[in-house]
Design a protein around this ligand. Structure first.
Ligand code: SF4
Length: 186
């Protein structure tokens, strides 16, 4: 059976993607890949990685994890393009370029990303970045619109669920208009 590398950004999106993949007419063996220099700050990055590890263990899947906290790589990639959607296009290219490379290095004929399960992401930009990365590495990018896929509740129960996309810009956008405090306001 062909292997497919799954670039995973978080546990809940990975659960959705696995459900979508399981419903495909062609069976592929999943290999999960963690490589997300866009997630900040460090504690948030650790929380999401831990949740992905827990899900992978429950699902008994192989995991390739790049455990380098890639803040500098991300900042270099988006420097001068800090406003969305240009920032996000570069963020997708950074992550999917690495995923395509890891897919080729590990003998996976294709790769995909949990980004395609999100209603908050730009699917046109994801698809363009994935196909460009695939062409550069000689592998296939599997694009599917899995926004409506539903994760197996047992796989994702009790796992950390983030409140913003990942980068510090998205954290600001998420909370700037809220009154969220670390402690109750006086
Ligand atoms: S908002 Fe999300 S997709 Fe866009 S640059 Fe930040 S982490 Fe990447």
């Amino acid at each position: 059976m062909d292997q497919i590398l799954i670039h995973a950004c978080c546990a809940h999106c990975l659960g959705k993607l696995l459900a979508g993949l399981a419903a495909e007419p062609v069976a592929r063996a999943p290999v999960v890949f963690w490589g997300n220099p866009n997630i900040h700050p460090l504690i948030e990055w650790r929380r999401r990685l831990k949740a992905v590890k827990m899900l992978v263990e429950r699902a008994r899947l192989p995991l390739i994890a790049d455990e380098t906290y890639g803040l500098v790589d991300f900042c270099r990639a988006v420097h001068g393009h800090e406003a969305a959607p240009a920032r996000c296009a570069r963020c997708y290219a950074l992550r999917l370029g690495r995923a395509a490379q890891v897919a080729r290095e590990n003998g996976c004929r294709s790769f995909t990303t949990t980004l395609v399960t999100s209603t908050h992401q730009d699917h046109g930009l994801i698809r363009a970045a994935g196909e460009a990365a695939a062409a550069a590495e000689g592998v296939e990018f599997l694009y599917r619109d899995w926004r409506a896929a539903e994760a197996d509740a047992d796989l994702v129960k009790m796992l950390y669920h983030q409140q913003y996309c990942g980068c510090i810009f998205s954290e600001y956008d998420r909370f700037k208009d809220t009154s969220t405090h670390l402690w109750p306001a006086p």
